[in-house]
Design a binder for this molecule. Structure first.
Ligand code: MN
Length: 199
């Protein structure tokens, strides 16, 4: 696996106000996401040293570090591009059609994603994932790496770790989930990710 770098935000830190406050975005991107980048790179360095030394005594720990910090880095990299100022609304085109095929309707999909995300136990993510066939599924991921399905690609990821929303929303996770889906989600980015997954 390649060394990771923190991707720049695709907008100013205050661009998502009032639904996502500048202070949370600044800390979430500059401190939390950066920490996953650093954690992944540290684990990759240790794996390189382990290969060079032929000493895999710490392999179980290092594999876990790659899954946790690598998962955190990759999901946050999608998360930032999944939002835009003036987002929300409903998708169009092939994404809308795929949602209809997989969930029956946009309303049914939206209700399932909100329920799954609100019900994440502890820290995790609500995720819309796509298969290369174009089939879609809602996943409820714990931490950054548990309950993912092999072969399913996250195209919309909603962070419900407390660091993602607590400064503004405190214990009201459902308000954050609603704000993300009603005012921030960038459906064009989600549609591009679906198109890149289908083959
Ligand atoms: Mn986060």
């Amino acid at each position: 696996m390649r060394k990771a770098e923190l991707p720049p935000l695709p907008y100013a830190v205050d661009a998502l106000e009032p639904f996502y406050d500048a202070r949370t975005v600044e800390l979430h991107h500059g401190k939390h996401h950066q920490a996953y980048v650093n954690g992944l790179n540290a684990a990759l360095d240790k794996l390189e040293a382990a290969r060079a030394a032929g000493d895999f005594a710490a392999i179980k720990h290092l594999a876990r570090e790659v899954a946790f910090h690598g998962g955190g880095h990759l999901l946050h990299s999608i998360f930032w591009t999944n939002m835009k100022p003036g987002g929300g609304g409903t998708p169009t085109g092939e994404l809308a059609a795929a949602i209809g095929r997989s969930f029956g309707s946009f309303a049914a999909f939206s209700a399932q994603l909100r329920a799954a995300t609100n019900a994440v136990e502890g820290s995790g993510w609500g995720i819309l994932a796509a298969e290369p066939s174009g089939e879609l599924a809602v996943l409820q991921v714990e931490k950054h790496q548990n309950q993912l399905l092999p072969g399913w690609v996250p195209i919309l990821v909603l962070d419900v770790w407390e660091h993602a929303y607590y400064l503004k929303y405190q214990n009201r996770r459902a308000e954050w989930v609603d704000a993300f889906l009603d005012h921030l989600v960038n459906w064009e980015d989600v549609a591009q990710r679906l198109a890149a997954t289908v083959r």
